[in-house]
Design a protein around this ligand. Sequence first.
Ligand code: ATP
Ligand code: MG
Length: 401
Amino acid sequence: MNEIILLKCGELVLKGLNRAKFEEWLMKTLRYRLRPFGHFSIYSLQSTIYIEPEDGFDTDSAMEALPFVFGIVSVCRSYVCEKNLEEIKSLVTDAFHSELSAARTFKVQAKRSDKKFRYDSMDIMREVGGHVLSVFPHLTVDVHSPELTVHVEVRDRKAYVHIEPVEGAGGLPCGINGKATVLISGGIDSPVAAYLMARRGLELHAVHFFSYPYTSEQAKEKVFELLRLVSRFAGRIYLQVVPFTEIQESIREHCPEDLFTLVMRRFMMRISSRLARACRSDALITGESLGQVASQTLLALAATDNVCDMPVFRPVIGFDKKDIVAIARSIGTFDTSILPYEDCCTVFTPKHPKTKPMIYELEEAEKALDIENLIERAIAGVQDVAISPSGAEIIDTEDKQ
Ligand code: ATP
Ligand code: MG
C-alpha cells in the first residue's frame, strides 16, 4: 500500500496572489524540518501539500513532527490508489482493517474535487459504505456520531483514503512575517508570548537578563529548556544572555526604591532593542498582561515603551493567568516554568512599587546612572546560545567571528 501525507494549509489559502509565496515558504520549512527522516518528494496542488515518502522514509517520526509546524491546519496520513472505485473499496477495507474491526459504528465521508470522475460523492459514500458493511458485518452506519469516519478524496491525480486527521499547529509559516526579539524570563508568560508570535509567522530571537549570583545557573538552564520547548514549533532560536547584575546593583544604589523595577525594565527594553537591531529583528515581544503586577499597569507599560523605538508585541496583554496557563500546558512549557528558580525581576523587588509612574520621574531617577556605559558593558558581556529542539549550544566568540 502506498502511503502519502496530505497537509491542509488553512489560512494560507486566503492569501490570494500571495498564496504561491506562502506555500513555497511552507514547503521550504518542511524540506528542512523533515530532512532528518529520509528522502521524500513534496509538491502542492489545490491548497494541499503532498509529501510522498521515498524508500526508507520514517513516516512515523514525520507524523510526530508535523503537528509542530506552523502554517498547517491538519495532517492526514493517507493511502493512495488509482481513481477507480473498485480499487478505492478494497484499499479502504485493507488499510483500515484493524480500526474497522474494533469500531461498532462508522461512516464514509467522500469528496470529489475531480469533477470528471464518473461517481459523485454520494455514489462514493454509498458504494464504499456498502463494501465496508459486506466485509465487516458487525458494523452499523451512524452518520451523526460514528466511532470511525473513513474519508475518501478523489483528486486530480489520484484517490486518497484516510481516517481522522491530526490537528495541525495552525498559524503562518515561521519567518514569513520577519523576525522579532522575545524577552524571555523563566516564568509562565513569556514562553507563551514567544509561541503565540512565532505562530503568526515570526522568526524568534531571544534575550534573557541574568543576574549571577542573585540568579543561579539553574535559572539559566531553565530558560534554555523553555526555549528548546518553544523551538519545537518555532525552529532554531538565537538566544543572547545579558549579564544584568551590575545594572541592578547600580539601580539599587542610586534610584528611589519605588521606581526600582521600572528603571530596571527600561534598561531591559533599551538593551533588547539594541540587540534586536543588530540581528535585524524589527519588534520586541514580552509576556506582560495588563495589571498582572505593579510593573504591568497602563502607565508602567507606557514608561517602558517610552525607551523603545520599535513595536512591542504583548500577545497575552488581555489574557487572564488561567488562559495563559492553559496555553502553557498545551505547548508543554508549564511544568518547566513552575520550577522554583529566581528570576532577576524578583531579586530586588520594592516593597511598595509605584503603579502610576510618570515618565519625567523615571528620567529624573535615571540621571544618577551612567546609562550608556552600563548598557555598553552589559552588551559586551553577552553570551550567545543557539537553541534547537535537540538542545542548547553555547556559541563561543571565536565561532561568531
Ligand atoms: P513571566 O511569566 O513571563 O516571567 P511575569 O508575570 O513573571 O512573566 P514579569 O516578571 O514582570 O512578569 O516580567 C514581565 C515580562 O518581562 C516577561 O514576560 C518577560 O517578557 C520580561 N522579562 C522578565 N524577566 C526577564 C528576564 N530575566 N529576561 C528577559 N526578559 C524578562
Ligand atoms: Mg517573570
